[in-house]
Design a protein. Structure first.
Lengths: 314, 267
């Protein structure tokens, strides 16, 4: 009887010397969804992925991926997963086709089946034109797409992507994002680690914020943003010298945040539009004319910083 | 052809696929193996003609005939760097992790390395043998003995393969690779490859004589019917058994160490 979850981990611990890379790490991911594992450098994101992808043994805890126990049946897990690590793990001297045919044959496909699958994947990933060229000449985005294609040869149930867009230019990042959305739309469960909040916001159905080896908070991007409660009002002025005066005039009950470089003041607005109207009146009374005045939801950046700050303080 | 060469066991089949990967590297990037061959030929010419005239072989005999089996042996030793570099490159580029996340047996990776490196050693040896024949090296025994000599050389290379795999997995930094590339020189030169130990100071000669590659060099000299530079001591009788034994010992030590290092990647 298959588990209703594609991936579960409960109480994973992994220690490297004095460093607790995983410290009671738990996670549940339903099938067919994209889950973003978000955290600063050293939070344990890669260790979590490496443990779930059977690359490393954990000290304690249980995990199952695609219905198989990671510790007791790693070989079965490997049949059902794809791993895209931080380095683009493709052979640089070989061409795109040669890479995919090699990995396909290693996965047990016959030469002709591997060749057919390679052509199909290269086409789907827009790499047909570059198929014969050595990978060393590929752009970062192309290399990453080939890397992802190599992980999809057997149509895995779960695909792990460890910081798939780190080091890519915006164009390469968009290409990879499109690829990941397509993969998930076809029913593959995706676990993606990232340091970029907008990446998680863009791609993930649900997000876990990770710090110091465990998940601090999980939820949909919207839920996490709601956690931080109030909307914000951002007032931008032309002259940075005016910022202090702006802050003084709109100070109601919480301390405004001043961004010198952005020439803006941010205040929390629990009452939404009413607070916005109050701010407008206060600015008018003080004779300040802002260049921009917006009411917005908190960004994931703010959620993330608030959650990790809480965690580090306690 | 391919069907004949494709073995039934999945690990052997995957090993063969990984060997083919290396053969494709040669085709796509021939500069590297060609420079490797030119390097061997350069060493051969340098020692054969530049230094050779000044070196006396104890017990008599032509230096070129003394040198060539030594060069063959040294080439087997230098192959170690290639094995280590290939292993550490795959590890640092994440390819080893990809293999480890795939449903393939870990021994396939070793079989692949073995196939690729033995193939490259056979090619290297063939080029040196032909090069040697051009500059006057001669086999004075029979074809059978010569083939046994080649087998002993490859047996040494096989043992060194495991040292290379072990070092490449256990110390996979570019600095470690550099260190090994430097260290093979004293290991290679502190032997009887270029100079007979009998001409060295006593303690140095003893070290050189007990160097595992000296046994293979002397054994192949005997089998090719070339001057050995050995006039007394255990090496006169025991070179061939030692050339069988040393690589066996190295394999028995480093094959399990390689397997252990690969397992320890899971830590």
């Amino acid at each position: 009887m298959p588990s209703p979850l594609s991936l579960t981990a409960s109480g994973l611990h992994k220690r490297y010397g004095d460093v607790k890379a995983l410290d009671d790490f738990s996670l549940d991911i339903p099938p067919g969804t994209i889950h973003g594992l978000l955290g600063p450098n050293g939070a344990g994101k890669s260790t979590a992925v490496r443990a779930l992808a059977t690359l490393i043994d954990v000290d304690r805890g249980e995990a199952s991926v695609a219905g198989h126990n990671v510790r007791t049946s790693p070989a079965k897990v490997r049949q059902r997963i794809g791993l895209v690590g931080q380095a683009a793990a493709v052979d640089e001297i070989l061409g795109g086709t040669q890479n995919l045919v090699m990995f396909g044959r290693l996965f047990g496909l016959s030469k002709s089946a591997a060749t057919a699958r390679a052509a199909q994947l290269l086409n789907a990933f827009d790499l047909t034109e570059a198929a014969g060229r050595p990978v060393s000449g590929y752009s970062g985005g192309m290399r990453r797409r080939l890397d992802i294609a190599a992980s999809l040869i057997l149509s895995p149930a779960v695909l792990f992507l460890d910081e798939p867009t780190t080091g890519l230019d915006p164009r390469g990042r968009n290409e990879v994002w499109r690829t990941i959305r397509t993969i998930a739309a076809q029913g593959t469960t995706v676990l993606l680690t990232t340091q970029y909040l907008d990446e998680a916001d863009q791609l993930a159905d649900s997000i876990s914020v990770m710090n110091a080896g465990h998940v601090v908070q999980s939820g949909t991007p919207d839920e996490l943003k709601k956690q931080l409660g109030a909307d914000r009002i951002v007032i931008t002025v032309t002259d940075a010298a005016e910022l202090a005066r702006v802050a003084a005039s709109v100070r109601v009950h919480t301390e405004p945040t001043i961004d010198e470089a952005g020439r803006s003041v941010t205040i929390e607005a629990p009452a939404g539009t009413a607070a916005l109207m109050a701010a407008v009146r206060a600015l008018d009374d003080a004779g300040i004319e802002p260049v921009d005045l917006v009411l917005r939801r908190p960004t994931l950046d703010e959620v993330f910083l608030a959650l990790t700050a809480q965690e580090n303080a306690s | 052809m391919t069907t004949l060469l494709t073995p039934r066991s999945p690990a052997l089949r995957n090993g063969w696929i990984l060997t083919q990967r290396e053969l494709l590297h040669w085709v796509r990037q021939p500069a590297l193996p060609i420079f490797g061959l030119l390097f061997s030929i350069m060493l051969l010419l340098m020692f054969g003609f530049l230094f050779g005239g000044a070196i006396e072989v104890p017990g008599g005999g032509d230096y070129i005939n003394f040198l060539l089996p030594g060069m063959f042996t040294l080439t087997m030793l230098f192959g170690l760097e290639g094995t280590m570099l290939a292993m550490s490159t795959d590890a640092t580029k994440g390819i080893t992790d990809r293999f480890r996340s795939m449903p393939i047996h870990s021994s396939a990776v070793a079989f692949g390395r073995c196939g690729a490196d033995m193939a490259s050693s056979v090619l290297n040896l063939a080029v040196l043998i032909v090069g040697g024949l051009f500059i006057g090296w001669r086999i004075t025994t029979d074809l059978g003995s010569a083939l046994v000599a080649v087998a002993l050389l490859l047996w040494l290379r096989f043992a060194l393969l495991w040292i290379g795999i072990f070092l490449g997995i256990a110390f996979r930094s570019p600095a470690a690779t550099m260190a090994v590339q430097v260290l093979v020189w004293p290991v290679g030169f502190l032997s009887n490859v270029f100079v007979a130990p009998e001409t060295m100071p006593g303690w140095l000669g003893a070290i050189a004589q007990w160097n595992p590659i000296s046994a293979t060099a002397t054994a192949t000299r005997q089998l090719f019917g070339n001057p050995t530079g050995v006039t007394s001591g255990w090496m006169t009788e025991w070179a061939v058994p030692m050339a069988l034994l040393w690589p066996l010992v190295l394999t028995l030590v480093f094959l399990p160490l390689s397997a252990r290092a690969y397992r320890h990647l899971r830590r």
